[in-house]
Design a protein around this ligand. Structure first.
Ligand code: HEM
Length: 447
């Protein structure tokens, strides 16, 4: 059987070296179980561009920093996003990750307008501040042990929901959140449409979310009130350069919720983990935030100038993102046969732009396994070619500053209000996704 898959692909000329594993399963098990070490072993054997068969598709893995950059910059040559079918089905046909060319430019244009620096300054940051202030209150009361994984997940979702539709933490938000968590599980599953599968549940959750959003659109049209939130901007036809259909508006909202959810929540959770383990960093971070708070009245919000002054906080967030590798890489697929580094990649193959190892390259980051936020105080680090924590090229993360603003505001209220210690011994997984299977519990006291 092992030979069969090798033989099947041997007829194709000019493929990169590598092994294809079992029919259908390919090397998925090795990939998921051994993760980064499987990738490094294959690189040692075959070089930094090699073929494999993972997650149901023939795949070329690229671990070469320059080639990775080239792939991200050249979507127009036929290197489009290659996310799994389950994800595309559940996130919708108009979702930004599902569209290319002019349709992508349109969806991206409307999104960039929603999260521009001026929008963050004038509308989003005040909402974020109000949300974090309330989300982070009373943690040290009654039962003072909290699961920080749970809290950061709720934070990422509920904070977006407030920015999108001004929905506050009430029963409506809860209902929405339960459906959204099912949707997320569905996007990470095999597309098997059978009762009881995560895929079926995720697809059902999409339907429920779509009908909730549709109802909201109708209510707003009927009331003729204007709203200062993302939905309000997407619906307003004069200010909104592009006219969007209701389907596009709904898929855009699902994209904002989905893209900013796991990235923001796991980065925040890991920041708290690293701060706990590195008291000197915590001390410096607290100094930054105490200085901001001491110059204000207790009820004054964090404003744009405060956010811009949080240099060390920004450094802590980048260092966390690097060391924990919140995003291992991004997926592309070829729309035609294509030559890359002298090899021929057939049409329809996946390309895994694997960026994880860049984060631990000692030529790029001195003493790469140390948690050292100070390395980012040199702001030019952020504009290096190999800086791919937020992707690169035509699909570079449009929510970067918004995500950093959310995490920074969360940290502001967290470190100025509380001290904490870990309850201890809980396992953290780093691959294929960063997560704490049993939660990450901390004991909180007032600061
Ligand atoms: C720390 C937080 C975040 C990290 C590490 C992160 C990372 C990334 C990465 C690596 C990509 C590239 C994906 C690709 O090339 O296929 C991306 C794209 C994207 N991100 Fe983020 N992201 C973060 C926060 C956010 C937030 C808060 C939003 C909310 C607006 C967001 C919205 C998006 C969208 C819509 C795309 C797709 C862009 C496109 O296809 O043109 N992200 N992000």
């Amino acid at each position: 059987l092992l030979k069969w898959n090798e033989v099947k692909y041997r007829r194709k000329k000019g493929l990169p070296p590598g092994t294809m594993g079992w029919p259908f399963f390919g090397e998925t098990t090795e990939f998921l179980k051994q993760g980064p070490s499987f990738m490094k072993n294959q690189r040692a054997r075959y070089g930094s561009l090699y073929k494999s068969h993972i997650l149901g598709c023939p795949t070329v893995v690229s671990m070469d920093p320059e080639l990775n950059r080239f792939i991200l910059m050249n979507e127009a040559k036929g290197l489009v996003p290659g996310y799994p079918q389950s994800m595309l089905d559940i996130l919708g046909k108009s979702n930004i990750a599902a569209v290319h060319g002019p349709a992508h430019r349109r969806m991206r244009g409307t999104l960039l307008a929603l999260v521009s620096p001026a929008m963050i300054r004038d509308h989003l940051l005040p909402q974020i501040d109000e949300f974090m202030r309330s989300h982070l209150s009373n943690w040290a009361d009654h039962h003072n042990t909290v699961d920080i994984q749970e809290k950061t997940k709720q934070m990422a979702f509920l904070s977006s929901l407030k920015q999108i539709a001004s929905i506050e933490s009430c029963s409506k938000a809860r209902e929405f959140m339960d459906e959204f968590f099912k949707l997320v599980l569905g996007t990470l599953s095999l597309p098997i449409d059978f009762p009881g599968t995560n895929y079926r549940r995720g697809f059902q959750a999409r339907k429920n979310i779509v009908s909730m959003l549709r109802q909201l659109l109708e209510e707003r049209r009927a009331s003729e009130e204007t709203h200062q939130d993302m939905l309000g901007y997407l619906m307003r036809e004069d200010e909104n350069r592009y006219k969007m259909t209701d389907e596009e508006i709904i898929d855009q909202i699902i994209a904002v919720l989905y893209s900013g959810y796991e990235t923001v929540s796991t980065t925040t959770m890991m920041t708290i983990k690293y701060l706990h383990d590195h008291p000197r960093v915590l001390q410096e971070l607290r100094r930054e935030h105490s200085a901001i708070r001491d110059a204000k009245e207790p009820e004054d919000p964090i404003d744009w100038n405060d956010f811009k002054s949080m240099q060390f906080t920004r450094a802590v967030i980048f260092e966390t993102s690097r060391l924990a590798t919140v995003v291992n890489g991004v997926l592309r697929k070829t729309t035609q046969d294509m030559e890359l580094s002298g090899f021929t990649i057939p049409k329809g193959w996946r390309i895994y732009v694997y960026t994880r190892e860049i984060n631990y390259d000692p030529h790029l980051y001195e003493d790469p396994l140390a948690f050292n936020p100070w390395r980012w105080m040199d702001r030019s680090m952020e504009s290096q070619n190999y800086f791919l924590l937020f992707g690169g090229g035509t699909r570079q993360c449009p929510g970067k500053e918004l995500g950093i603003a959310e995490i920074s505001t969360f940290l502001h209220y967290f470190v100025t209000r509380y001290r904490w210690e870990e309850v201890g011994g809980e396992k953290l997984m780093k691959f294929p996704r960063v997560e704490a299977p049993k939660g990450l519990h901390i004991r909180v006291r007032s600061y």
